[in-house]
Design a protein around this ligand. Sequence first.
Ligand SMILES: NC(=O)c1ccc[n+]([C@@H]2O[C@H](COP(=O)([O-])OP(=O)(O)OC[C@H]3O[C@@H](n4cnc5c(N)ncnc54)[C@H](O)[C@@H]3O)[C@@H](O)[C@H]2O)c1
Length: 426
Amino acid sequence: MKQKLKFAILGFGSRGRMFARLIEQDSEAELVAIADVAESARKAAQEQFGLAKSQCFTSGDAFLDQGKCCDAIFICVQDAEHYALTMRALDLGYDICLEKPAAANAEQCKEIRDKALRLGRKVMLTHVLRYSPFYQCIRQKIMDGSLGEVVHIDQTENIAYWHFALSYVRGPWRNMEDSTPTIIAKCCHDLDLLLWLTGRHCVSVSSYGGLYYFNPEHAPAGSSTYCAECQKETKEKCLFNAYKVYPEFMKTMVVGGTAAYEGEDINSLLDHHVEPISRCVFHSLNDAVDHQSVNLEFDNGSTAHLTMCAFTQRCYRYVKVFGTKGEIEGDLDTNLLTFTQFGKEPQVIDATKDGGFNQDGIALNDGHGGGDYYLYRDFVDYLTSDKPSLTRTTIKESIESHLVGFAAEESRLQGGKPIVLDPLKE
Ligand SMILES: NC(=O)c1ccc[n+]([C@@H]2O[C@H](COP(=O)([O-])OP(=O)(O)OC[C@H]3O[C@@H](n4cnc5c(N)ncnc54)[C@H](O)[C@@H]3O)[C@@H](O)[C@H]2O)c1
C-alpha cells in the first residue's frame, strides 16, 4: 500500500488550520504533529483534528528538537519567526511549504534561498493568488498572445479600512521593525504576481508612501489611549471601536492575529487595556504605512505600478494589463474580467466559469476563488513527482519578488529614489 505523506504544521493559527483541513481531506496525507505556543491552538488541534496531546508541541523549536520525523512541514507562524525555524528545518532535512513572507528582511530571504538551493530542499512559498481562477485566466490571455506584448500592468491592493486597523494598526503587522515592511507583509503576493504575469525580471524600483491617518493628529475629540476610556459619544460613532469590531471578527478568525485571543472574554481584555487590541487606532503602537505607491521597470522596458491603500470599503485586488494588441482588467472580488482585443467588442469573462483548464491542468471553473486547495495540491506534487508546474513558485522566484519589495521600501525611505536591481546576480 502507498505510504501516506506525513506532515507537521508549525503555527496553528488561521493559516495553519486551513492547511490542516486540506490535509484532513486528502486520503494520501496525514497530519502527524502541530506546534503552537498558544494552549488554545494545541487544544483546537486535539479537539478538531483528533491529534493526541503528545503530537502537539509547545513551540516550533520544541517540534524541531525531535529531529526529522515527517516528510515535510508547513511553517505558519508569524513573519518574524519564519527565518529561524526555516533555517533549522532546512538543516534537519525538511522540505517546506513556507508562509509568505519568507523572512523579515532581504538578507534573511537570501540566506533561506541559498541554503535551500545548496542543500537541495524543496521550499515553496504560499503565493496562493497564482492559483486563483482570476489570475490563471489573466496569465492564460498573456501566454496565448491574445494581448500582444505586455507593456504595463496596474495592480491595486485595496486593503479596506477595517482590515488595516485590525492587522496593521492593532494586529501582528502594526510595527514594521517587529514584522516586515507593509509593502512586503501586504503586497508580496502582488509583487510576485507582477513578475509571474510578465515573466520578466524587475531592474529598477521606486516608491512613495507613509502613515497618513492612523496617528494622534487624526484622533477625534473625546478619544483616549484605550477604547475603554473613550467618551461614550465618541465611542458610539467610532468605526474602530474595539468593543464592536473584535467580537465580530473573532467569530470567523479570518483576520490574522485574532487566533491569539481565541476562547478569551474579549470585553474583559479590552476593559483591562490588553495590548495591542485595546488601543485607540489613533493612539496605537503602529508605524505600518497606510498607503504606498510602487513603480517597477522590467528588463525589456515594460513597466508596472502597484498601489497599496487602506482607505477602501471592500478588501480586494484590482488589476489592468495593457498589451500591444489588447487589454484585460478586473476585480478579484467579483472574479469578473473585461477582455478587449483592439478593434473588437469587449468580452466579460467570469473567471470561475470560463476557460476549463490551464496548462497545469488546474480547473479554472472550480470556483475555488482563494486557490489554497490548488496550492496545497501543487506542494504535494512538488514533493512526490517531477511534474513541472507553470504556477508553482520556486524559492528563487519568490525571493526575487521579495527583494523587489525590500528595494521598494528602501526607495520609500529615501524619498522615492530609484533602486537599481540586478536579479541575475543578487
Ligand atoms: N498566503 C497568504 O495568503 C497568507 C494570508 C494570511 C497570512 N499569511 C501569513 O501566514 C502566517 C500566519 O498567519 P496567520 O494569519 O495564520 O496568523 P495567526 O496569528 O492566526 O497564527 C500564527 C500562530 O503561530 C503561533 N506561534 C507564534 N510563535 C510560535 C512559535 N515560536 N512556534 C509555534 N507557534 C507559534 C501563534 O500562537 C498563532 O497561533 C503569517 O506569516 C502571515 O503573514 C499568509
